[in-house]
Design a protein around this ligand. Structure first.
Ligand SMILES: Nc1ncnc2c1ncn2[C@@H]1O[C@H](COP(=O)(O)OP(=O)(O)OP(=O)(O)O)[C@@H](O)[C@H]1O
Ligand SMILES: [Mg+2]
Length: 290
């Protein structure tokens, strides 16, 4: 088997009053989707921000493609093939998708030919089966589409290692399924993917391997058949979790809010809400799903 694409050895990083990473070892193989799982504050983002060149570790080693490296900036990281998609996108609203993708890339000339970059970006999108209109402005795109622009931005810069920090937090289940399809396609083409999450279900869905963090340390690893709810939740919180018997059925009262035949125009000038009716009753939790 190939040597790991990334090896992080004995990584420690403290912030005032907290050891965010405490002697963490992490490995990423070529062509794998590796989930980094853990509760809030476990140190997942800190570890990946180090790999993406945003933070410098206090101690520990970073080895990419067999070479020890020191990363001083995200630009440094991308030169080593590492791209990170943050939870809060870093796109310019008033620019098109294609402009955002080429913006800040060292190969982009000072004067860009819009049609040419549109074609180039469209070609990268097609290669990975991603559906995006390169000429659309960011403000016209859904959150899922904006995320695709961020991913394309990394691929356009030849990222071979893609890190996504809680990518599904902002997506609908359908958008998540599309994203997972893209990630699998990327992995099949030899990219390595790290997906940070605290959702067990998506780890079971998409990950080839999982590293679990707890309070700044690695608390466990699993792959293949061993990726299941029971073992993962135990590694996450340090004890078995009983999921049954906690939910009490409520007794909803009268309707306190009623909507009938609601129609709303969206930003793109299309009907975003079409003849919607619902009611909300006292003492109930109403879910809205699409
Ligand atoms: N820039 C920072 N300055 C100070 N403290 C920080 C900073 N970044 C992270 N921390 C702290 O380090 C610890 C680990 O945070 P980190 O963001 O890595 O966790 P996480 O696993 O990504 O959690 P979450 O699921 O909430 O995103 C937390 O206690 C957090 O408050
Ligand atoms: Mg985080």
């Amino acid at each position: 088997m190939d040597a790991p694409v990334v090896q992080m050895k004995g990584i420690s990083k403290s912030f005032p009053g907290v050891a965010a990473n405490d002697n963490v070892d992490f490995e990423l193989n070529r062509g794998e989707i590796h989930a980094l799982l853990g509760e809030n504050g476990a140190g997942k983002s800190t570890l990946m921000n180090i790999l993406a060149g945003l933070y410098r570790p206090d101690s520990g080693k970073l080895i990419i493609e067999g070479n020890p490296v020191e990363l001083h900036s995200p630009a440094d990281a991308i030169r080593h093939g590492v791209g990170m998609i943050h939870q809060h996108f870093m796109l310019v609203e008033a620019f098109s998708a294609a402009e955002n993708i080429v913006l800040g890339d060292s190969r982009t000339p000072a004067f860009v030919n819009k049609r040419k970059i549109g074609e180039k970006v469209g070609a990268v999108a097609a290669e990975f089966g991603m559906d995006i209109d390169p000429q659309a402005f960011i403000w016209q795109l859904s959150v899922g589409e904006q995320q695709r622009v961020e991913i394309l931005k990394a691929l356009y810069r030849n990222a071979k290692i893609l890190i996504l920090d809680e990518p599904t937090a902002v997506l609908t289940p359908q958008e998540s399924a599309v994203l997972f399809g893209t990630l699998k396609e990327m992995a099949a083409r030899g990219c390595s993917v790290v997906i940070i999450t605290h959702k067990l279900a998506e780890v079971c869905d998409v990950a080839d391997r999982v590293t679990v963090m707890r309070r700044g340390r690695v608390s466990g690893q699993a792959e293949g058949e061993d990726i299941n709810y029971a073992s993962l939740s135990r590694m996450m919180v340090g004890e078995d979790i009983k999921l049954d018997g906690r939910v009490q059925q409520g007794k909803p009262g009268d309707a306190v809010l009623k909507a009938e035949g609601l129609c709303v125009m969206g930003e793109k000038g299309l009907l975003a809400v079409d003849s919607l009716s619902f009611e909300l009753r006292r003492g109930e939790i109403l879910g809205v799903a699409a």
